[in-house]
Design a protein around this ligand. Structure first.
Ligand code: IVH
Length: 294
């Protein structure tokens, strides 16, 4: 059975290291949580593709604008849910993650030989607050004269760190899965592995496509640059990944990010607004910060 490339592995240290200021136990990641290298132009994408093998299949996905989460399934049971933290260790926020209906507590058990039992499997994805839940939350906060969250990402971050899972449940977090790691993966293909995750009950976006060349990828980017406005959740780009796990292994990693994947960031949305006034906030040290009221 295919497994996660050996160079990605780290010594397993499942013991809690310490507690974060919010009181969550910190746990070392089994596989470091790296970020993606970002690109902002079609030229950079073309350059990335030119370094890939000729027969490559590229999985194109949306880049969800939330917080990454690492879900540990041991013998088919959800045992930990770690935030990214510093990439080496993260906070175990499992009680809050258990409030998300689209994250299964158990993987389906086919039989004792099943690759999803008697083994370790890690599912990675993005935790987010859908637009509708974000707007509802801010409306409630406005009524209670509390500070508003600037965007769904900040709201999701604040929610994930709450101490009371009942409050978390009421806020309505959701999660999209985008990667699978482990010693016994179901297939040697990233796209196929995610299809499997969907069959197990995870939310995997059906916007994901397997594409083969720059023209197809450009069309995908152009389409989603506009259509993303109609999605129920915030996105900030596209992620391109080599589909074959074997080819991923051959391409490997730089110090910070995989060579087998790249993010294309959408341009930040621009809009016209009116400057109503400017406040000058005086900090503890006497530093003055101008704050625009728009
Ligand atoms: S793949 C080893 N796929 O973007 C690479 N990441 O800087 C694993 N993200 O920390 C990341 N949507 O939180 C991947 N479809 C997607 C994603 C995605 C959002 C986030 C993720 C990651 C950051 C990359």
């Amino acid at each position: 059975k295919p497994s996660t490339p050996s160079h990605q592995r780290q010594a397993i240290n499942a013991k809690p290291l310490t507690r974060s200021p919010k009181g969550f136990k910190q746990v070392a990641h089994k596989y470091p949580m790296l970020s993606l290298s970002n690109s902002y132009s079609r030229e950079e994408i073309a350059d990335w593709i030119s370094k890939l093998p000729e027969d490559v299949e590229i999985v194109c996905e949306l880049k969800y604008d939330g917080l990454s989460i690492s879900l540990w399934y041991e013998d088919g049971v959800l045992t930990k849910a770690l935030t990214r933290g510093d990439g080496v260790k993260g906070d175990n926020v499992i009680e809050n993650i258990r409030t998300i209906a689209s994250i299964p507590q158990h993987l389906p058990i086919a039989n004792s030989q099943s690759p999803i039992t008697n083994t370790f499997l890690e599912l990675r994805g993005e935790v987010l607050l859908p637009w509708a839940a974000f707007e509802r939350l801010n409306k409630e906060r406005e009524e209670q004269e509390e500070t508003l969250f600037a965007n769904p990402r900040n709201a999701a971050a604040g929610t994930l760190k709450l101490q009371n899972p009942a409050t978390v449940a009421a806020r309505g977090l959701d999660a999209y899965l985008y990667y699978m790691l482990g010693d016994n993966l179901p297939t040697d293909n990233h796209y196929e592995n995610l299809q499997r995750a969907r069959e197990w009950g995870f939310k995997v976006s059906d916007t994901m496509r397997v594409l083969h060349n720059l023209d197809e990828i450009k069309a995908f980017i152009d389409y989603w640059d506009v259509e993303r406005r109609n999605l129920p959740v915030a996105t900030d780009g596209i992620v391109l990944k080599v589909a074959s796990i074997e080819q991923q292994e051959e391409l490997g990693y730089t110090a910070k990010s995989p060579r087998w994947a790249i993010a294309y960031k959408f341009q930040a949305e621009k809009a016209l607004t009116k400057l109503v006034s400017v406040d000058f906030q005086v900090g503890r040290t006497g530093a003055v910060t101008p704050v625009a009221n728009l």
